[in-house]
Design a protein around this ligand. Structure first.
Ligand code: 5GP
Length: 119
């Protein structure tokens, strides 16, 4: 399927420095920052720096270096957030996934028991 990235989305604007964020971790290929409306004591978003709309877009088109950099950011965020007791990683995708921001973001949620995955 074609992936048409919209460079005006809010996370693209964060990456360009047009909107502030509370950065948790950053490397050459990824940025992690606190969600503006946290749903749990730990709620961090990990995003690639490249123009990818979704997890499948990233998995299909991102370079090996981008993919490794993204996963290294996930590892560092988990260490920094101290989620040894567990966490949930969510990548809401397109309409059925109720994705609001069309730039891949992995939610890292933790800090309490999160309940069942779906209601
Ligand atoms: P989605 O529903 O697309 O998976 O999640 C989008 C997430 O982005 C939401 O949890 C929302 O709170 C967060 N968000 C939206 N705008 C901003 C923003 O400007 N800054 C930050 N840090 N988070 C945002």
């Amino acid at each position: 399927m074609p992936f048409n990235y919209d460079p005006t989305n809010i996370f693209a604007r964060i990456l360009r420095g047009e909107i502030p964020n509370k950065t948790v971790y950053e490397n050459d290929h990824a940025l992690a920052f606190h969600d503006i409306a946290p749903q749990a004591p730990v709620h961090i978003l990990v995003i690639p720096k490249g123009p990818y709309m979704s997890l499948d877009h990233f998995a299909i088109e991102a370079s090996p270096e981008e993919q490794v950099g993204f996963m290294q950011a996930v590892a560092e965020v988990c260490k920094i957030a101290g989620v040894e007791d567990g966490f949930r990683a969510i990548a809401n995708t397109r309409a059925h996934g109720v994705q609001e921001v069309p730039h891949l973001h992995l939610h890292i949620l933790g800090g309490r028991v999160l309940g069942r995955m779906l209601p």
